[in-house]
Write a protein that binds this ligand. Structure first.
Ligand SMILES: Nc1ncnc2c1ncn2[C@@H]1O[C@H](COP(=O)(O)OP(=O)(O)OP(=O)(O)O)[C@@H](O)[C@H]1O
Ligand SMILES: [Mg+2]
Length: 256
């Protein structure tokens, strides 16, 4: 990392679906800077472009960047594919297919770790490391041998994502909590998972996309941003969440 550079800088990002024909931008001049160790929460109404932002950050072929830049530790990653971005330390929960038939949790971790760090841990080493995290996350140890996401409950999926984040040791983690059906326990898993991983790696930056005030109460982000119409329209602290709770998005609409 070049000293003084933030972990992640999103500069005036404009992106649209990568279809053959003309398409309107979904991200319309988005700016965001995440420094080392910072947790940024992004909230926004349905359809404001939050998941598009996550996918675009990770280089999904589904979206085309028209202008602006995504800069990680001082270097643009726009020309990099998803694998290269992962190698640079970017991690997106939900970036992977929901179910991979015949691939177990541990096999998948091994593959992902090899892609991320270029190191091949033995299955035994990885198993020990996974076991330790499972204990911290309150998971049953038989979990690692199950097939990835096959029949996982919402809470188990969350734990698995947190474990992936813990083991892949990203420098910048992007978590898109799109699930609407998370119960309080699953929210707590995400919150305590973020805390555990940060305790291990205080330098990690987090972008947490969520609709849940509950989750933000538990995670206590350093910055809160309101996204509407493909850009950040307001930034502040937890006071923004309270304002949102009492007045809804309507009170931010004049800013778009
Ligand atoms: N590949 C695509 N092709 C066409 N339109 C798209 C595509 N991806 C997203 N959109 C549209 O862009 C807008 C933003 O979608 P996105 O999923 O980013 O919203 P979101 O903020 O994550 O919403 P939610 O809170 O419901 O998860 C929506 O109107 C969506 O229909
Ligand atoms: Mg979404």
């Amino acid at each position: 990392m070049v000293a003084g550079n933030p972990l992640l800088e999103i500069r005036d990002l404009v992106a649209c679906p990568d279809t053959d024909g003309e398409s309107e931008p979904i991200l319309r001049g988005l700016n965001l800077t995440v420094g080392a160790g910072e947790v940024h929460a992004i909230m926004g109404p349905n359809g404001s472009g939050k998941s598009t932002l996550g996918s675009t950050l990770l280089g999904s072929p589904e979206y085309r960047v028209e202008s602006g830049d995504i800069v990680v530790k001082g270097e643009s990653v726009l020309e990099d594919g998803p694998d290269e971005r992962a190698r640079r330390g970017m991690f997106l929960a939900f970036q992977y297919p929901q179910e991979i038939p015949g691939v177990s949790v541990i096999q998948f971790l091994r593959q992902a770790l090899s892609a991320r760090k270029g190191i091949d841990l033995s299955v035994l080493e990885l198993r020990l490391s996974a076991m330790e995290w499972m204990k911290r996350l309150g998971m049953d140890s038989s979990f690692v041998d199950r097939y990835l996401n096959e029949g996982f409950s919402g809470g188990e999926k969350k734990r698995n994502e947190v474990m992936q984040m813990a083991i892949l040791e990203p420098e910048i983690a992007i978590l898109d909590e799109t699930d609407s059906g998370l119960d309080i326990d699953a929210l707590r898993i995400v919150a305590s998972g973020i805390r555990e991983v940060r305790a291990d790696r205080p330098e990690m930056g987090v972008v947490l996309i969520t609709h849940y005030q509950r989750l933000l109460d538990e995670v206590a982000p350093d910055h809160v941003h309101i996204m509407m119409g493909g850009r950040i329209v307001a930034s502040g602290g937890m006071d923004l969440v309270e304002r949102l709770e009492s007045d809804g998005y309507e009170s931010f609409r004049s800013l778009t």
